[in-house]
Design a binder for this molecule. Structure first.
Ligand code: NAP
Length: 313
């Protein structure tokens, strides 16, 4: 029998693509209940609810919930789950606002429950090696290029264009979760240009300029764009003052150092997430890394909004 029973809330794309198969293969976890507004379920699962509140109240054997909904509703569900005595795993982005995340952290600490704000991209093998390589070094150049085709990756996801859906920051925050992990010093958003389609409430593209040390010789930037067709790019290039060149490609799964391949492993992001969750649960810990989320909030705070052509799915 698995050590921890999971209640899965929201059975959309990421829940079915990753959480369900990864939990099924992890001896520490078992999905014991699901909540799906559309009435989706898993084969042979008796405890299936349309309303997540019914799951929290009635389901047996739920030690923790994994909240795989859009971010706009994450806080309300997580807060109720903590009140019901459940440990909580949050999909990214962890909430709709920074204050919500701070409150969840406070509540989980007060209740003595685990809160894990996951950043799946951080679990790529190349990311940890890049962090190790950059430790103690001064960065001269950071160039993030995150360009993908929204029609391919987010077909029909209306929530992503609504306030609190984050638009292109939904993938862009994955890049930022890697950047904040590997940078040896904190990063600040100096300026941002956010491109909003005339008919949408969230940006389709964003250009960010960062500062770290504030030195005149540093160039730190990120480009997120959802209008990319053809080759997709999820690359982070870093150059240090002492001449080290790193390229993290394919979302962090490939790392090359000074042009030579250093790490290339198949992506096992969600396996890493559930290993970490098991460790947190057994040790009674909490893991809330707010840095990527704060950078997105800062980009909205200082960003200049420009209107671009309407976007139709
Ligand atoms: P999705 O396919 O739209 O699934 C989200 C699911 O949440 C919906 O299918 C619905 O499932 C449930 N839901 C929607 N509104 C709800 C509400 N008001 N209350 C309760 N449940 C609600 O979206 P997704 O791609 O899985 O993304 C979900 C989250 O995972 C996002 O924050 C996203 O950034 C993150 N994520 C996505 C991916 C990816 O590749 N798609 C990768 C990593 C992380 P039910 O009808 O079953 O309730």
């Amino acid at each position: 029998m698995a050590r921890y029973g999971i209640g899965l809330i929201g059975l959309g794309k990421i829940a079915t693509d990753q959480h369900v198969p990864v939990i099924a293969a992890d001896p520490d976890f078992e999905v014991v209940a699901v909540a799906s507004q559309r009435g989706e379920s898993l084969p042979g699962l008796a405890q299936s609810y349309r309303d997540w509140q019914d799951l929290l109240r009635d389901a047996k054997g739920v030690d923790a919930v994994a909240i795989c909904t859009p971010p706009q509703v994450r806080y309300v569900i997580a807060r109720a789950a903590l009140s019901a005595g459940k440990h909580v795993l949050l999909e990214k982005p962890p909430a709709a606002t920074v204050s919500e995340l701070v409150d969840l952290q406070r509540r989980s600490t007060a209740a003595g429950l685990t809160l894990f704000a996951t950043w799946h991209s951080q679990f790529n093998a190349g990311v940890e090696e890049a962090r190790r390589q950059l430790a103690g070094r001064q960065i001269r150049r950071l160039e993030v290029t995150w360009k993908e085709d929204v029609r391919h990756w987010h077909p029909g996801q209306a929530w992503i264009w609504e306030p609190g859906g984050f638009g292109v920051f939904d993938p862009g925050i994955n890049a930022l979760s890697i950047v904040t992990r590997i940078m040896p010093t904190p990063l600040f958003v100096r300026s941002a240009t956010l491109s909003f389609p005339a008919n949408r409430a969230a940006p389709i593209a964003a250009d960010l300029v960062f500062a770290a040390t504030g030195g005149a010789d540093e160039t730190l930037s990120a480009v997120f764009d959802w209008r990319q067709t053809g080759k997709q790019s999820w690359d982070i290039a870093v150059e240090t003052q002492d001449g080290l060149h790193l390229l993290l490609a394919e979302g962090g799964s490939k790392l090359s150092i000074n042009g030579k391949p250093a790490v290339e492993e198949p992506s096992r992001e969600y396996q890493g997430i559930y290993r970490r969750f098991a460790a947190l649960l057994s040790g009674g810990g909490t893991d809330v890394d707010a840095d990527p989320f704060r950078l997105v909030a800062d980009a909205f705070l200082v960003g200049r909004r420009v209107e671009v052509e309407p976007f139709e799915d």
